[in-house]
Design a protein. Structure first.
Length: 253
């Protein structure tokens, strides 16, 4: 059991190193100029793409540039501005509620502590960790759908609950790396490890991924889920180093 844990932690470290090499610069794709703006944008990003959020936030921030202005907003006007992001009634209510609480409980400043952040309307651990890691430069590992999916495919966790996944990943990685690790996994999920059709043949993590769909791995290629289970059981793999090299060569061709 302990050996298996050590092996998974080692894999997490290897994944981190490879992702750093592949994505030296990983930035949050939500346009923002302050903690308040990023908080509002992240609330809007639930069940919505960053691209779509970036289309609505300029008008929102023009109309309500500060927590004080947003706190005094007419919710129906905010609804109109954020309508295209989906769930707009709840999101508008949460935005105005968040601004009100930032004003009344935190003196107009977005708080930094996770325990405070998650008390704001519309803010869960994912959003709180985005704020901490992106604008406050504090440890925080946001687990969104990409981070959860890739972590499971890579055999770093078997869990589905994002909060539990966050704790498992946190235990394997140094706190200063948490935020960037999340951003890099998101980039990799968007570019290579697609939810429906992972492009394993061009994946830099293929050599150490228990869910690779490539036929070179015995027993894989049919179902990502099945292969995760199998590979986590069969943890002893032939020289990961060799396979990393081989896969890098393949991608370089
Ligand atoms: S090898 Fe395939 S399943 Fe594994 S991380 Fe890469 S793209 Fe995803």
């Amino acid at each position: 059991m302990a050996a298996k844990k050590t092996e998974i932690a080692k894999r997490a470290t290897d994944v981190l190193a490879l992702l750093k090499r592949e994505y030296p610069v990983a930035i949050c794709e939500l346009t923002h100029e302050s903690a308040f703006q990023l908080l509002a944008a992240t609330i809007l990003s639930a069940q919505c793409t960053d691209v779509r959020v970036n289309m609505v936030t300029p008008a929102l921030f023009d109309a309500y540039p500060t927590p004080a202005k947003l706190a005094a907003a007419d919710v129906s006007h905010v609804e109109q501005l954020v309508r295209s992001t989906g769930f707009y009634q709840t999101k508008a209510k949460n935005l105005v509620g968040m601004a009100n609480q930032v004003m009344s409980r935190f003196g107009g400043e977005v708080p930094r502590e996770i325990e405070d952040l998650i008390t704001l309307p519309g803010v869960g651990r994912k959003t709180a960790n985005v704020l901490r890691s992106v604008v406050f430069d504090l440890p925080g590992l946001p687990v969104d759908t990409h981070v959860g999916r890739l972590s499971r495919r890579l055999g770093l966790t078997k869990l589905e609950d994002p909060v539990k996944v966050e704790y498992e990943l946190n235990a394997m990685l140094p706190p200063p790396e948490w935020g960037q690790f999340s951003l890099r996994l998101i980039l990799h999920g968007r570019r290579v490890c697609d939810a429906r059709k992972p492009r394993c043949e061009e994946c830099l993590l293929e050599a150490l991924c228990p869910s690779s769909m490539l036929p070179t791995k015995k027993g894989v290629g049919k179902s990502v889920k099945k292969s995760v289970k199998k590979s986590v059981k069969k943890s002893a793999k032939p020289s990961v180093k060799k396979r990393v090299k081989k896969s890098a060569k393949k991608r370089a061709k």
